[in-house]
Ligand binder design. Structure first.
Ligand code: URA
Ligand code: CA
Length: 435
């Protein structure tokens, strides 16, 4: 097989066979196919696309390019959740203990990464003593016993995707549905998921800003999952404003605790119940999303979700007293309010920009070596559609610095007011349960 012939084949709009796709990914991972040829192929895919069979083949070839996590020692169907990324997205912290409380095993492998706030592990490390450096055997034992555990990323997962994603980034080929869908799905499958729930974000703060594109991506991923034997469902949810009120590590832990008690923000609670009920159905612990939702609501009301969270924290060395005493979480030295300059209705909260303001306070990493300040962040006091009077606080800023003028200026630019009444955007646009 000559790579130039395969590039030509795709350039002319033909399908690549399973063997051809396997060959390309294997040889590219080995360094036998140079970046310039792979670049040409990704550009051909960008323009000509891939059909469902090709997408499934590409996904599995990337899964097979590196290590695959074996979770077979864990009882039950392992369902993983993936979000395409947003600002102040506290769902993972809530969903782990919530679905575990109704018997769904959650074996989460998580990373740190760059971003406006830390990753799931950073957030959890706001709980004193909590650590994810555990042995594989211990991880499996904890999931079997408590139904939920988190371990740090290890092993060489999907090296083909790592190289390919970096290459796409510099060749203007990131934005291709078959390439994005196979990239995301390969990572979930390599991490051992039997079934997958996807939260595809849409709106200004999302990777996919347009609803139609978000839906196409969601459908593409659901099809791949179902074609390779991993039941997959997706939700398309709003990221035109941050989710919940809190943006910051310790602040989001507090918000997750409130939500597990059934006292969290309405949008975060609703999204967790929707995603969670899909997880419960895929794990075959309920036969319909409605039945699953009732189980999850009960777990919030009877305290079992909160108990599971405590057990999860203490099993991994964490100080579970934070659940009843959130004041034991890291606290910022200063609090500032952001008073509205005029009365009106909140019309936009540009999620990306608000996230950047949180990062400037130290809540996230600008480079991979940045050190996160777990205590700092933002608390939104108003969401889109809410009325605000002049001088009323739009945001509380939690800081460990006295001078927050730049952060304030950024927030004034990102939270827009209108004289006219504004409708709140819908939270969930679509649920996709079949590929
Ligand atoms: N996220 C991924 O993991 N891969 C893509 O290709 C795009 C977004
Ligand atoms: Ca939040």
């Amino acid at each position: 097989m000559r790579m130039v012939d395969l590039i030509e084949k795709k350039r002319d709009g033909h399908d690549l066979t399973t063997e051809e796709i396997q060959h390309i990914i294997k040889e590219y991972t080995n360094g036998q196919i140079p970046d310039y040829q792979m670049s040409a192929l990704t550009m051909a895919i960008f323009f000509k696309g891939m059909d469902q069979r090709e997408r499934a083949d590409l996904t599995m070839a990337m899964v097979e390019s590196g290590d695959q996590i074996d979770l077979s020692a864990i009882d039950g169907i392992k369902v993983d959740k993936h979000s395409t990324g947003g600002v102040g997205d506290t769902t993972t912290l809530v969903l782990g203990p919530l679905v575990a409380a109704v018997g769904v095993p959650v074996a989460k492998m998580s990373g740190r990464g760059l971003g406006h706030t830390g990753g799931t592990i950073d957030k959890l490390e706001a709980v004193k003593g909590f650590h994810v450096e555990i042995e594989n055997d211990e991880f499996i034992r904890l999931v079997n016993e408590n139904k939920v555990a988190v371990i740090g990323q290890s092993g060489n997962l999907t090296p083909a995707d790592k190289s390919l994603y970096a290459l796409r980034d510099v060749t203007a080929t990131v934005n291709s549905i078959p390439l994005i869908a196979s990239s995301i799905m390969s990572k979930k499958i390599a991490a051992g998921a039997d079934a997958i729930v996807l939260d595809v974000k849409t709106g200004a703060g999302a990777f996919m800003k347009d609803l139609n594109d978000s839906e196409e991506l969601a459908r593409a991923m659901v099809s791949i999952g179902n074609n390779v034997g991993r039941n997959t469902m997706a939700v398309i949810s709003d990221m035109s404003q941050p989710l919940g009120y809190m943006i910051g590590n310790a602040l989001e832990v507090k918000e997750a605790i409130d939500t597990l008690k059934g006292e969290g923000p309405e949008d975060l609670t609703e999204l967790c119940l929707t995603l969670g009920s899909f997880m419960v159905v895929l794990a075959k612990k309920a036969s319909t999303p409605q039945e699953a939702r009732e189980m999850l609501k009960k777990a919030m009301e009877d305290g079992s979700a909160l108990e599971t969270f405590k057990l999860f924290l203490s099993s991994q060395g964490g100080d579970a007293s934070v659940v009843d005493h959130p004041e034991n979480l890291p606290q910022a030295a200063y609090k500032f309010d952001l008073p509205a300059k005029e009365a009106g209705y909140v019309s936009e909260i540009i999620a990306d920009e608000v996230g950047t303001a949180a990062m400037w306070l130290g809540a996230g990493r600008a480079t991979k070596d940045s050190v996160i300040d777990l205590a700092v962040g933002l608390e939104l006091k108003k969401k889109i559609g809410e009325r605000v009077e002049e001088g009323e606080s739009l945001v509380t800023i939690y800081a460990n610095q006295e001078d927050v003028e730049e952060v304030k200026a950024k927030l004034y630019e990102s939270i827009l007011l209108s004289k006219d009444k504004v409708e709140a955007p819908p939270l969930i646009y679509k649920e996709i349960t079949e590929g």
